[in-house]
Write a protein that binds this ligand. Sequence first.
Ligand SMILES: Nc1ncnc2c1ncn2[C@@H]1O[C@H](COP(=O)(O)OP(=O)(O)OP(=O)(O)O)[C@@H](O)[C@H]1O
Ligand SMILES: [Mg+2]
Length: 270
Amino acid sequence: MGRVKLEHGLVKYIADDKIYYVKQHFDPSLMPGHSSHRFVVHETFFSYGPIERIVSLLGIGRVNIVSVKLEHEMDLSHEDREKLTELVGPKFYFSRAAYQYDKNSLPHKDPETAMGYQVVFDTVMRNWDNGERNIWYVSGVPVWFDFGASLDPRCHNIYRFLLKLQDAADTGRVSSIKRYFENFSRHRNDILNRAISMVKSITLSEIRTIVDVAEDRYAGYFAEYLAKNVSQIDDDIDIMRGAFLQKELESDRSLIYTSIPREVFGRQVK
Ligand SMILES: Nc1ncnc2c1ncn2[C@@H]1O[C@H](COP(=O)(O)OP(=O)(O)OP(=O)(O)O)[C@@H](O)[C@H]1O
Ligand SMILES: [Mg+2]
């Protein structure tokens, strides 16, 4: 049996020395103004447990992120469940405390590498909310938590995702993606390329299995969403690089055109 703790308005659940933050789960809400049948999925997903679970299952071992568990995976006693219902709400899920991770158990021990891999991974997940408010540093190494903004149907289009990153930055939530491109370098570009290879190793059957484990209502939709993003990750990262490196263009065009054959931009590349 675990222990439920309320600390500074946040609810924690502790079992076998593992600390979890307990988050309220909300069912999807209807997207206002889109009654048309042109959209496959009409809902928006906010604090929707299965999305965080999918992201964590795909990312553990690949990027520095925390593990997320759904309610039925936690072996809760009747009393635990009642107490959590009272404190959090009728439905909830669990996010493992980032500060409990040990630097040596994380896939990336170098902060810059960790960030570059996160940029590519979160582009696949369309997670724009991966800035400082959702990072914990263990011995200087970032660990990301809170993937609730991921897989939003409205951000599937990469240009919509870019607009969302810009909007979020305008309201003070600067994503790790934007920050990564601020001090872009050849080294950072190499990290991105390695991370792209890592993403490309995700197979369709892994996506299907993971989505099936975490999600029962929209499994087909999320599997398709992810499969498409994995297959076009090179192009998407090129678009991100192009968008964020506008200012660098004049000083070093080669940073932008590194992954495009020279002959295509023959005269522009110095
Ligand atoms: N897995 C975790 N590890 C460490 N801290 C966490 C974790 N999950 C939640 N927290 C803490 O709880 C706070 C709120 O959680 P969360 O980020 O999930 O909600 P939020 O509504 O997005 O809040 P915020 O606007 O701060 O991002 C975080 O700012 C953080 O302090
Ligand atoms: Mg958050």
